[in-house]
Design a protein. Structure first.
Length: 155
């Protein structure tokens, strides 16, 4: 099951020297360094609330690893990162559109923290996205970004 998102073309592509099958949608190992997440952020900024974060996290948590799409993993990580941001621990690489969304929501998401932690753990320890990054040149940078997110989600 994949969550559907509108496609908004990105101007920045192929900056990452990644060796990934879906390289055209990545430009770096950061959480926001891909088209899937940035498209989702644009949609979220237009009409998404906390329910959109919960939905993105649930897609990762409720599906078997082999049934989760790479795009769902990416979006799940971004949703978890926004949970951390809403709870006061903001990623220094948070895009302006996401910062605006966090300011607009202006409430905490403590109730989503356990789901966010579970989704991040699942992605980091066995997901198609992890498998893709293992075969890429920048796996350690990606792993560091996800470890940082995990630490920001901890109480």
């Amino acid at each position: 099951m994949s969550v559907k998102y509108s496609l908004i073309p990105m101007k920045i592509k192929n900056i990452c020297n990644c060796n990934m099958n879906n390289q055209e949608s990545n430009w770096g190992p950061g959480i926001y360094d891909n088209d899937d997440v940035m498209d989702w952020i644009y949609d979220l900024a237009e009409d998404g609330g906390l329910a959109a974060l919960m939905e993105a996290l649930d897609v990762v948590i409720k599906n078997k690893n082999e049934d989760i799409e790479i795009s769902d993993c990416r979006i799940g990580l971004a949703a978890a990162d926004l949970v951390a941001a809403l709870n006061g621990d903001i990623n220094p690489d948070l895009p302006e559109e996401a910062e605006d969304w966090v300011a607009m929501i202006s409430k905490t998401a403590e109730s989503l923290r356990p789901k966010a932690e579970e989704a991040v753990h699942k992605i980091l320890n066995g997901s198609p996205l992890r498998d893709e990054w293992i075969s890429a040149n920048d796996f350690l940078l990606w792993e560091k970004a996800i470890d940082d997110l995990s630490k920001r989600l901890e109480l």
